[in-house]
Design a protein around this ligand. Structure first.
Ligand SMILES: Nc1ncnc2c1ncn2[C@@H]1O[C@H](COP(=O)(O)OP(=O)(O)OP(=O)(O)O)[C@@H](O)[C@H]1O
Ligand SMILES: [Mg+2]
Length: 259
């Protein structure tokens, strides 16, 4: 935000990730363009969190390439933020948690208080500023995680199920904060199990299943009629277990094995 250049687009070219002798992400290619909000959906264990971690550079690809096309010679890491499903708070005050994130980023001490204040106001946490972060409720901790990245003004923000354990009011607030990031020019990439949230926030949808990207589509088209039948079953709320080939004879005629 505020810079002339962008590290985007982000291209994944035939990316695979292996661990424990298993291929957990399989030949995944996608370009995250500059101006879209991407929502990644798929069943538990599909590889959504791994995909975010690969994009954010927390784990390395076993094969394929991950390229930040706009970064040039710059390290893309400082221009990215990530919010995890379970936020990790320092044993310090709410304000000190945000301050620490800024200090880590090398922002000078005298510049930090105003940025901390702005981030806390923005996320509705100002009244908790002096309180120990560990005393915050789960939903408030998630907002603090957002306040920490807000202060850093990332060009792209990865969010892994940011509202998974939140009540409807807290979910709404977090969605508003995400919308504010978007309005301020931050690229959003988010995973969710909340299909209503996916409809509200997505410009494009990626559907992952068992480590494969089975569909990518503009959100309106995806929700009107997914092209992939597993994606369609998923958004209808049908379980996918019977398609795993537990008993291949029971598969509907014409169904193709997916791996
Ligand atoms: N380091 C690892 N070693 C072995 N297996 C792993 C490792 N990390 C993840 N996995 C496996 O990879 C698969 C994908 O995991 P991932 O956490 O990305 O799924 P997910 O789509 O985020 O699921 P959920 O919706 O439950 O969060 C899972 O089966 C998981 O057990
Ligand atoms: Mg996950």
């Amino acid at each position: 935000m505020g810079e002339e250049f962008s590290i985007l687009p982000l291209e994944l070219d035939n990316v695979s990730f292996e661990a424990g002798g298993k291929r957990l992400i399989k030949d995944l290619s996608h370009t995250f363009e500059t101006a879209l909000r991407t929502v990644i959906i798929g069943p538990n264990g599909a590889g959504k969190s791994l995909l975010l971690r690969l994009c954010h550079g927390l784990i390395g690809a076993s094969a394929g390439r991950i390229v930040w096309h706009g970064a040039g010679d710059r390290d893309p890491a400082p221009y990215q933020g990530m919010v995890f499903q379970r936020p990790i708070m320092l044993r310090r005050s709410v304000a000190a948690n945000v301050d620490y994130a800024l200090a880590l980023r090398g922002i000078r001490r005298r510049q930090r208080p105003v940025l901390v204040d702005e981030a806390l106001v923005h996320t509705g946490l100002k009244r908790f500023a002096r309180q120990p972060a560990r005393l915050l409720s789960f939903g408030e901790q998630q907002k603090l995680a957002l306040a920490r990245v807000w202060a850093l003004k990332p060009q792209i923000l990865f969010l892994d199920e940011p509202t998974a354990s939140l009540d409807p009011t807290a979910t709404h607030t977090v969605e508003e904060i995400i919308a504010a990031f978007h309005a301020a020019g931050t690229r959003i990439v988010l995973t969710t199990h909340d299909l209503g949230q996916a409809r509200r926030l997505a410009d494009e949808v990626l559907f992952l299943h068992r480590g494969r990207l089975l569909e990518k589509a503009p959100a309106a088209r995806f929700f009107a009629k997914p092209g992939n039948d597993l994606a369609e079953a998923f958004i209808r709320g049908e379980l996918l277990w019977w398609r795993r080939g537990i008993d291949r004879r029971e598969k509907p005629a014409g169904e193709k094995a997916i791996d």
